[in-house]
Design a protein around this ligand. Structure first.
Ligand code: ADP
Ligand code: MG
Length: 203
């Protein structure tokens, strides 16, 4: 159980500039998934987080990524995969608003936008790339000027939807009695110790 000190942004061991920026944009306290996941991500753990829409999952990964980015700002630092263009832009907005004072360079790679223009954006060494998988794959196939070799974070936002939309040709067979078992299986697939946060069931 988190104590009162942990349930503030300053109790989560995030850089002061992040705590300040959260307060500047009117966030009073971290949400439960943020309280539990941010310290684990800062500690270097892989993380599976499950909580309903609107529970603050984006900042649960964006804040620790931005914290770590300032320690090692070279190369594309984080790749965020998300199933739709709308979600990609929403995630980008949250990175941008927190990263506004650190010259954060981010880039959104989604369908329906000119490939050449996107290629130019990618060649400018963004720190954070937020992409839908199809368009990212197009760039990886056609463009030699950017590389994912230095990424420190891979985020699969809405991971269940990503699997459904982009792997129609592959059969994914998951058998389990409960959601928790499915998540436990994913932990084993990833192959090392993973922090698992599952929001408590509503009563
Ligand atoms: P989801 O869990 O569905 O991914 P989001 O991360 O998109 O949810 O967050 C939903 C909304 O809650 C966003 O507008 C976001 O800015 C806001 N939000 C995130 N964290 C907090 C917080 N700690 N306090 C208040 N609002 C927050
Ligand atoms: Mg979300």
């Amino acid at each position: 159980m988190a104590d009162a000190e942990e349930e503030s942004f300053s109790g989560l061991k995030l850089s002061n500039w992040i705590v300040k920026q959260c307060s500047n944009i009117g966030l009073k306290a971290p949400t439960p998934i943020q309280v539990r996941c941010i310290p684990e991500i800062l500690n270097g753990k892989d993380c599976i987080g499950a909580a309903k829409t609107g529970s603050g999952k984006t900042l649960a990964f964006a804040l620790p990524i931005l914290h770590k980015l300032c320690e090692d700002p070279y190369g594309i630092f984080a790749l965020i995969l998300t199933p739709t263009r709308e979600l990609a832009y929403q995630i980008a907005d949250q990175f941008a608003i927190i990263g506004t004072h650190i010259n954060l360079k981010h880039c959104v790679i989604v369908g329906g936008v000119d490939m050449v223009k996107q290629g130019i954006e990618l060649s400018k060494h963004p720190h954070i790339v937020i992409a839908t998988p199809g368009r990212l794959a197009d760039h990886l196939e056609s463009c030699k000027t950017f590389s994912l070799s230095r990424i420190r974070f891979l985020v699969m936002d809405e991971a269940d939807r990503l699997l459904v939309i982009y792997h129609k040709k592959r059969q994914n067979l998951f058998f389990s009695a409960t959601i928790t078992d499915t998540l436990e299986t994913l932990k084993n697939v990833i192959g090392k110790e993973v922090f698992l946060y599952e929001a408590p069931a509503e009563t």
